[in-house]
Design a protein around this ligand. Structure first.
Ligand code: AMP
Length: 472
């Protein structure tokens, strides 16, 4: 199928051709005709599938009839609202709106927290047809009466599952209550929990279901592996792996911003060009870091789940889970950054004994027994082998070539508090001053940890002064 077959207006076809796309992706083939016809959509699609163009192109197609070069704000009411969970994702979606809408006189803007509200207010006053926003800051504007929704025709909720994780659903409901009942609504989510389905029931009318990847499935072009390793040896193992892959750009996931900042610092001190992206960084720092990574200047990006959500990074060969996520679905999101568009990718997880439960959950979700490959010199705690590992012992001996040498070696499983390089993990982490105006937008990384997450004792976080401290 060609883009021309979809019947998009010439202005959009030109913009698509400029972007270098020849064929619509599977989600685009499904979504574009449905959205063009004004129907509601419930879409199951991960980032990397082309879903942004899948909703942006037909949205622009429908809004084109309102395109006007008039300078009067009255001629530019808000017609479409796109809600995204994070600033980074909102910015990326807005970039797509600009890219695909460049030949149409429709105005768009991106609204997110952590920056001065005044320029956003001024822009809204000029009149804007398409608003891409994070929920918290949008509600700030509602409160300030700087935005009206009376003419909204299209609502898009992107990454709805992440909205849920971040506690944005009450904000979303508040926004929904302010929108005209007669509108077209699109909801996209990588996974569909019961809560997401409930939200979809409230928000969508007779939605068309679109799904490109099966629920919670991972790309077949990704090869997964687990390196069992004790918590205290993880960062040394990470440095070891990175040194063996000197030419690869790597996205490293951690659970908390405290570990995030410290780990990036550790790697930099070991001559590995790394930076961190997490909720305590100012918007400008986050944007610069992302640009640095995209341009290749930063080789290793250490990220928390929320900060990395929806990052559109081409051709990333490696994703490393320094810590396994507490929610199995997040594993799917994380590794969705690699193996995109049919390319091969590597999903590597450093797993300590305390994380075995999480590993079991992930394997169940993705229906895959991930091979375990111990790295000589970076042993796991003895408890690692105490249950499920027994089943793999034979394999492990073969792969590691170390026979039973791994078991009963009597090494201490206690991670040292001061590393060999003098890096003192007992020192509390000092977050950078937060410039964000709303908590929800500013430090989403540790908002609403699951009950399970709170219950877990996390040795790394503990060493970093993380346990028992309030987020941020
Ligand atoms: P998304 O899933 O929306 O984050 O898009 C992932 C990447 O795919 C982005 O870099 C897009 O520019 C790119 N992309 C979107 N549609 C197409 C297409 N039809 N052909 C090639 N690349 C595309």
């Amino acid at each position: 199928m060609k883009f021309a077959d979809l019947g998009l207006i010439p202005e959009l076809q030109r913009a698509v051709a400029d972007a270098g796309y020849t064929e619509p992706t599977p989600i685009q083939q499904q979504a574009i005709p449905i959205v063009m016809h004004g129907l509601d959509v419930m879409g199951g699609a991960q980032t990397g599938t082309g879903k942004t163009a899948g909703f942006t192109l037909p949205m622009l197609h429908r809004l084109a009839r309102h395109a006007s070069t008039s300078t009067s704000p009255a001629r530019h009411p808000v017609r479409a609202l796109i809600l995204a969970p994070t600033r980074e994702l909102a910015m990326q979606v807005h970039e797509s709106v600009q890219t695909y809408g460049k030949y149409l006189p429709l105005r768009s803007t991106c609204i997110y927290g952590g920056v001065d509200m005044n320029p956003q207010m001024q822009e809204l006053r000029r009149g804007i047809e398409i608003v891409v926003a994070t929920p918290g800051r949008l509600l700030d504007h509602v409160q300030q009466k700087t935005i009206q929704f009376g003419q909204v025709e299209i609502l898009v909720l992107d990454e709805a599952d992440r909205m849920l994780d971040m506690g944005f659903i009450p904000d979303i409901r508040r926004i929904l209550a302010l929108l005209p009942a007669k509108r077209q609504s699109l909801l996209f989510s990588a996974t569909f929990s019961d809560e997401i389905k409930k939200l979809a029931d409230q928000m969508l009318k007779n939605p068309q279901l679109i799904e490109v990847a099966r629920r919670n499935t991972v790309s077949e072009t990704i090869s997964h592996r687990v390196h069992p390793v004790s918590a205290g040896l993880k960062r040394n193992l990470l440095a070891h792996i990175l040194r063996h892959e000197p030419d690869s750009q790597v996205l490293v996931f951690v659970d908390t911003k405290m570990v995030c900042a410290r780990l990036a610092h550790f790697l930099s001190r070991h001559d590995i060009a790394a930076d961190a992206i997490h909720g305590d960084k100012s918007q400008q720092q986050r944007t610069e870091t992302l640009e640095g990574f995209k341009s290749g200047r930063i080789r290793v990006l250490v990220a928390t789940d929320v900060a990395a959500r929806g990052l559109d990074i081409d051709d990333l060969p490696y994703v490393i889970n320094f810590e396994l996520p507490h929610t199995a679905e997040d594993y799917v999101h994380r590794i969705g950054r690699t193996g995109r568009a049919g390319r091969t990718g590597n999903a590597v997880s450093l797993v300590c004994a305390e994380e075995r439960g999480r590993l079991a959950e992930i394997q169940k979700l993705i229906n895959l027994q991930i091979p375990q490959e111990p790295i000589p010199g970076f042993d796991a705690e003895s408890e690692f082998r105490d249950d499920g590992q027994r089943r793999h012992r034979g394999d492990k001996r073969q792969r590691s070539g170390r026979g039973s040498g791994r078991s009963g070696e009597g090494r201490s499983s206690q991670p040292p508090s001061v590393a060999a390089d003098g890096f003192d993990f007992t020192q509390p982490y000092e977050p950078m001053a937060r410039s964000d105006s709303r908590v929800a937008d500013s430090q989403p990384d540790e908002i609403q940890p699951t009950a399970g997450a709170r219950r877990h004792q996390r040795p790394i976080a503990f060493l970093l002064g993380g346990l028992g401290r309030k987020p941020g």
